[in-house]
Write a protein that binds this ligand. Structure first.
Ligand code: DGL
Length: 271
């Protein structure tokens, strides 16, 4: 019988990784389900936006960065709180790192259970939309339904601006989302999968842009449940302050201080 891995020390953090602020939509659920877990929030702001990058670039960047972050922070678990990075690089990261990795996948399965019209919208980054990972989810869980996809990279920038306290116009959100609704059968969409972790941060604006007849679904609660499951039986000590680190410029990251403070993170550092 294989020896089981030693339990992590109680201060060992969960590393929550995204290209930017999108992971905050996951952190919010994680705090609700696991309030005592120490967290390091890691934002690859120097690499943002991932949605406009190639597969090779994202895979190399994410696996390289997570390797270095794992060495420096010794996390008990890494959550890739980013659909783009997960649908492209999850397998590679799992191959190279020995710690548990929880990924983020578009919530097509719950959407397929929720839709009544049988027409589901999938809103994510352009890179996520073209992944075989998404084709497989569609095939497995929504083969009897119509799944309309739309890559809306511009929503990432709008979510980043909103979290820096800048105003976001509904017109700008509408402009980004309209390519979904204007497709054939787009008017029949009753459920939209927010397949980018940045997008739930704009849920109010998306609702104002798209209307209240459509329901939104995303994976944050499911991801948090998965983290709870993967850390079952482990002790947590959150007496040290949590922190957020960026690969980008610290003065720009500081503009997110209020947003991070809302999640109990007041230490912002450069990675
Ligand atoms: N938050 C990322 C996601 O879930 C994408 C943001 C980006 O394009 O960098 O897909």
């Amino acid at each position: 019988m294989e020896a089981s891995a030693p339990l992590p020390i109680p201060q060992a953090p969960i590393l929550l990784f995204d290209s930017g602020v999108g992971g905050l939509s996951v952190l919010s659920e994680l705090r609700a389900q696991l309030p005592d877990a120490p967290v390091i929030y890691a934002a690859d702001e120097a690499g943002l936006p991932y949605g406009a990058k190639s597969e090779a670039e994202i895979a190399a960047r994410v696996s390289g960065l997570l390797g270095r972050m794992a060495e420096r922070y010794q996390p008990r678990l890494i959550c890739i709180a980013c659909n783009t990075a997960s649908t492209i690089a999850l397998g590679m990261v799992r191959d190279v790192l020995e710690i548990p990795i929880v990924g983020t996948v578009p919530a097509i399965k719950p959407a397929a259970e929720m839709t009544r019209s049988g027409v589901i919208g999938l809103l994510g980054t352009e890179a996520t939309m073209r992944q075989a990972y998404v084709d497989n989810l569609a095939q497995e869980f929504a083969s009897g339904q119509r799944l309309l996809r739309h890559g809306a990279n511009g929503l990432v920038e709008l979510a980043e601006a909103k979290m820096r306290g800048q105003p976001v116009s509904i017109d700008a959100v509408t402009e980004q989302a309209k390519g979904l609704l204007l497709q054939p059968h787009g008017q029949d969409i009753d459920t939209i999968v927010l397949a980018c972790t940045h997008f739930p941060l704009l849920e109010d604006e998306l609702r104002a842009a798209i209307g209240t007849d459509v329901q939104f679904v995303h994976g944050a609660a499911g991801i948090a449940r998965r983290i709870v499951y993967r850390t079952t039986g482990q002790a947590f000590d959150r007496s040290e302050p949590d922190k957020a680190v960026t690969t980008g410029q610290l003065d720009d990251f500081a503009r997110l201080s209020d947003a991070f403070a809302g999640y109990g993170i007041t230490t912002l550092e450069k990675f």
